[in-house]
Ligand binder design. Structure first.
Ligand code: NAP
Ligand code: ZN
Length: 339
């Protein structure tokens, strides 16, 4: 089939139309007709080749919601017509130690949907069907996509950093990932402190469930929360005052990175970490079992990303809206002929 997509032809470029042929799906793969696709900041990092792994032309888009239109010969659990979502991960080896323990996101042979492969800013996309997730009823087409990357990333990070209920959770940045982190952590019964540089986001963060909101002017030292935090998750892709955030943690507290501050190593003083047995960790997306748990939690507790929709043809406006931090809170592209 012929695919119509939007692609960056070189580093930092505006997206332009691109057409290519997609063969029938092989093995475990399936073809999904894209109805909507969220814009994650990782799409911008890839357009800008911040991580040095972009292959151009790049078709971004890895928060896909669509309909299965073709399945490969090995696919048993999905049928044509199923409504599925696809996130960052498009495949894994499925037999290494990490895959066998349900942590496919840690597989050495993980395949990214937009790494050397065309993503979801297109009318069709292909991925391993084992990474195409049925979406619970009640989670609408427009809001489902952002859960598939942004949602699972913060949910998995918070879980692996030790979040349960009744804890004090800090979230740095109220963007796409951050606003979902506030919702997941608060709906699951935690006291959430949100840190934002945008004054207008403070009231909204409270509405989402934050019990405390701290506005931090850009480049300034963040004021401390009222009480020490158990987990702080960072969703800001910029160098911040990590020593201050580390100092906000109580004993055994964890500072967890999901955003990648690309331009500088993370430097923190050693003794504040040692004296309170604090930890620093980072966490990539989430495996298949966490994806299922996240989707069920979102359906059960009404976690719905707050979105602004743009027709696919306005993809460059939408990308600029995200880049300039004007988006509230996730941009979602809608295909022209969505069902
Ligand atoms: P986003 O929607 O653009 O949100 C980022 C937020 O960071 C902004 O809304 C803003 O929040 C804050 N911010 C941006 N620039 C800042 C600066 N210079 N100083 C201080 N604050 C700043 O991005 P996103 O889609 O949530 O993604 C966030 C990061 O997570 C990106 O680096 C992305 O690549 C990464 N990510 C990682 C994974 C993973 O697997 N680990 C998965 C998905 C995304 P305020 O206005 O509230 O300050
Ligand atoms: Zn993403």
């Amino acid at each position: 089939m012929e695919v119509h997509a939007w692609a960056a032809k070189h580093r930092g470029a505006a997206l332009e139309p691109l057409c290519y042929e997609l063969g029938p799906p092989e093995g475990h793969d399936c073809t999904v007709k894209v109805r909507t696709c969220g814009i994650c900041h990782s799409d911008l990092h890839m357009v800008d080749d911040d991580w040095g792994m972009t292959r151009f032309p790049l078709v971004p888009g890895h928060e896909v919601l669509g309909e299965v239109v073709e399945v490969g010969p090995m696919v048993r659990h999905l049928r044509v017509g199923d409504r599925v979502g696809v996130g960052w991960q498009a495949g894994a080896c499925m037999h290494c130690r990490d895959c066998l323990r349900g942590e496919e996101n840690l597989c050495d042979h993980t395949r990214g949907l937009i790494v050397g492969h065309h993503g979801g800013f297109a009318d069709f996309v292909q991925a391993d069907a084992r990474f195409c997730f049925p979406i619970p009823e009640g989670v609408g087409d427009d809001v489902a996509g952002p859960l598939l990357c942004g949602g699972v990333t913060v949910f998995s990070a918070l879980r692996h950093a030790g979040m349960g209920s009744g804890m004090r959770i800090g979230v740095i940045g109220v963007g796409g990932l951050g606003h979902m982190a506030v919702m997941f952590a608060s709906r699951l019964g935690n006291h959430v402190t949100a840190f934002t540089t945008s004054e207008d986001k403070a009231a909204f963060a409270s509405e989402l469930g934050a019990a405390e909101v701290i506005v931090v002017p850009r480049g300034k030292e963040p004021p401390a929360p009222k009480r020490p935090l158990d987990v702080v998750v960072n969703t800001v892709p910029a160098p911040l005052d990590w020593a201050s955030y580390l100092g906000m943690l109580g004993s055994d507290g964890t500072l967890c990175f999901v955003a990648a501050p690309v331009d500088r190593p993370i430097a923190v003083p050693f003794f504040p970490m040692l004296s309170k047995r604090r930890r620093i960790m980072a966490s990539p997306i989430g495996g298949r079992s966490v994806m299922r748990e996240m989707l069920e939690t979102a359906a059960l507790f009404g976690v719905r990303p707050h979105i602004e929709t743009f027709p696919m043809a306005r993809v460059n406006d939408a990308l600029e809206h995200v880049r300039s931090n004007k988006v509230r809170y996730r941009a979602v592209l809608t295909s022209a002929d969505r069902a």
